[in-house]
Design a protein around this ligand. Structure first.
Ligand code: NDP
Ligand code: NHF
Length: 383
């Protein structure tokens, strides 16, 4: 068995996502498991260099995790021909510019979502990546969640019959930062810093719906800024000028109707932080991040509306859990492994920057629908 090295420039690893999901739980986990086995029997071994603007933070991370290569000079990192992948989980607004630079330096590129806050920029980025012949990709982590993979299995098995509708509930309470520390960065609530839950979440919902329930054809979205002021990381009060909740309805291919609420201002009383309830002619299912419950047409109870009596039926008892028939790895790591295989041995890959642009498109249309108070069609993008 021969060893093949792959050099990865990682940017944004001092942030929440870059550190937890991409550095520690993906690339370092892949390093520590000894790499990944390629089809030809070789072992692909990852060799990251972490790059960021804050020397102290980057150096401390490198020391803590035994990462030999680190730096603050991105141009120098991009100039090294031995590193063939550039990854970004930094701030949304810098993403497209960084990826353009990396593509110009001949790097394969992979990144967090959204690829931009502007559709034209996202489309041009996808076009540039396509024209370069380099490999490119965007994180679509929700597709790798066990709960959503179970929904896909149910759909592929024909369990649902015809899918009629989908109700998605995403969210939890994000503390304002006064008497409890906020658990999200403050830029999420400032438009000029790339914040807003519509931009954050509609790009996820685009690939979830396209891949699991039907291509998105039209959107109607109402946003809200429920909490007008919060405290930032330094304890200073700031004005929130962008949406912290979004109430959206979508028309999908095949007549499926999807409603998805996304909120940082809701208290959870449901199975998980995100749940999708799918109703079909033959069966229904409710999936959270990991678990999924089903109710087939033959197991469907027949309730009778009688407001004069307390409810006697326990509706939760009529659902059966889908077993865990395959091992669940971290979804970000699973997608990283696919991307590494795509780069190293041209393995199939469906998550290019075109998919990233489609996510930005839905977010942009969601914002426009809110501003103009109307339904909008989702046109097909050309790359
Ligand atoms: N797929 C998913 O589930 C999720 C994806 N995301 C996406 O990930 C990205 C990062 O989000 P998150 O981790 O929450 O954000 P954080 O605020 O935690 O991290 C931001 C990162 O960007 C860097 N950065 C910020 N401003 C600058 C600048 N001016 N110049 C250079 N570097 C800068 C920070 O570096 P420094 O430490 O030096 O400040 C840090 O590494 C966003 O695009 C977001 O949409 C976010 C949440 C979930
Ligand atoms: O993109 C995202 C996906 O889900 C996460 C869970 O809250 C969010 O933090 C987020 O910003």
């Amino acid at each position: 068995m021969a060893e093949q090295r792959i050099g990865i420039i990682m940017h944004g690893v001092t942030g929440r996502m870059g550190y937890n999901q991409h550095l520690v739980r993906s690339i370092l986990a892949i390093r520590d498991q000894g790499g990944i086995a390629l089809k030809n029997g070789d072992q692909l071994v990852v060799d990251p260099i972490i790059v960021g603007r804050d020397r102290d933070k980057i150096e401390a991370l490198a020391k803590k995790h035994n990462i030999a290569r680190w730096g603050t000079d991105l141009d120098a990192a991009l100039a090294n021909p031995d590193d063939t992948i550039f990854f970004d989980a930094g701030t949304t607004l810098m993403r497209a510019g960084l990826l353009e630079r990396a593509l110009a330096a001949g790097k394969n590129v992979y990144c967090e979502k959204p690829t931009s806050d502007d559709l034209d920029v996202a489309v041009n980025l996808a076009k540039t990546a396509r024209a370069s012949g380099l490999k490119h990709g965007v994180v679509q982590d929700k597709l790798f969640l066990p709960g959503l993979m179970k929904l896909k299995m149910l759909r592929d098995s024909g369990f649902f019959g015809k899918i009629l509708s989908v109700r998605g509930e995403f969210g939890y309470w994000v503390f304002e930062g006064d008497w409890q520390k906020a658990q999200r960065p403050s830029w999420n609530y400032r438009k000029n810093d790339g914040g807003g839950i519509i931009l954050d979440m509609l790009c996820h919902w685009r690939y979830v719906m396209d891949n699991l329930f039907g291509e998105v054809k039209a959107v109607s979205c109402l946003g809200a800024t429920h909490i007008p002021q919060r405290l930032d990381e330094k304890g200073n009060v700031f004005d929130c000028d962008t949406d912290d909740a979004a109430y959206a309805t979508f028309e999908l291919e095949g007549g499926v109707i999807a409603q998805i609420n996304s909120s940082w201002t809701t208290r959870v009383r449901r199975d998980d932080l995100v749940t999708f309830h799918v109703d079909g002619t033959h069966g229904s299912a409710v999936a959270g991040l990991h678990k999924c419950w089903t109710q087939h047409r033959v197991n469907t109870p027949k309730p009778v509306w009688n407001p004069d009596q307390p409810q006697t039926m326990n509706f939760f008892n009529d659902w059966e859990e889908v077993p865990d028939n395959w091992p669940a790895d971290n979804g970000f790591k699973a997608q990283w492994e696919m991307f590494l295989r795509h780069v190293a041995e041209d393995a199939p890959w469906e998550y290019g920057l075109e998919a990233g642009a489609k996510g930005v498109q839905l977010a942009e249309l969601g914002l426009k629908s809110w501003a103009e108070r109307r339904w909008l069609d989702v046109p097909k993008l050309e790359f």
